[in-house]
Design a protein around this ligand. Structure first.
Ligand SMILES: [Zn+2]
Length: 195
């Protein structure tokens, strides 16, 4: 299922935000995951122009992508709360950031002597895609926009965004309207119970 909301602010510029927002809790509490199969994970990477069209995806690559998403959500969440990030999540991001193989390793075989081990082209593609996403995350988290990273304040929505102005805390007009309606309802309710 596609997420029935327009992209959150900042998602177009930041592949790391696009990735963390591939899973969302809808107003009714339903959890939607756009990466719940290898095919969908591939389609997402193609849409983001992180791998060329026609790329096939292995199951373990889908898991790498969803694992990284979990680590990124963790670290972004810590950033918005101003607390220390989980070290396992930081390690996961750093692993993806530095795992790009740029040279084929050397191997020795008694019969054949020395040769290079070719890097599997699919692994290379996925490693590059993950490195691109984490590079984006690392620059965002240490750049001038780091303090504008926010999580949608309209519960139960949990998408991340870059605040476009200081007060905007929601990911879409629809979430903003829902939050205002909830607030109005709460005020009415308070008045009713106080009077
Ligand atoms: Zn939202």
């Amino acid at each position: 299922m596609k997420i029935p909301l327009p992209p959150a602010p900042g998602t177009g510029e930041h592949p790391c935000l696009a990735l963390v927002n591939t899973i969302v809790t809808l107003p009714g509490g339903q959890r939607v995951d756009e990466l719940d199969s290898p095919e969908k994970a591939t389609a997402w990477l193609v849409t983001q122009e992180l791998v060329p069209e026609g790329t096939g995806l292995l199951e373990y690559c889908q898991l790498q992508l969803t694992d990284l998403r979990g680590h990124l959500r963790d670290v972004l969440d810590s950033q918005t709360k101003g607390v220390a990030p989980d070290s396992l999540s930081l390690d996961g991001i750093n692993h993806a950031l530095t795992a790009v193989p740029n040279a084929a390793p050397l191997r020795y075989d008694p019969a054949e002597g020395l040769s290079r081990i070719p890097i599997h082209p699919l692994t290379q593609l996925v490693d590059h895609a993950l490195a691109n996403i984490t590079e984006d995350a690392a620059s965002l988290l240490t750049g001038p926009d780091a303090h504008r990273i926010a999580q949608c304040a309209s519960t139960p929505c949990d998408r991340f965004l870059i605040r476009t102005h200081s007060r905007r805390q929601w990911c879409s007009e629809r979430c903003g309207a829902r939050q205002r309606a909830n607030r109005a309802y709460a005020r009415k309710h308070d008045k009713a119970s106080a009077g």
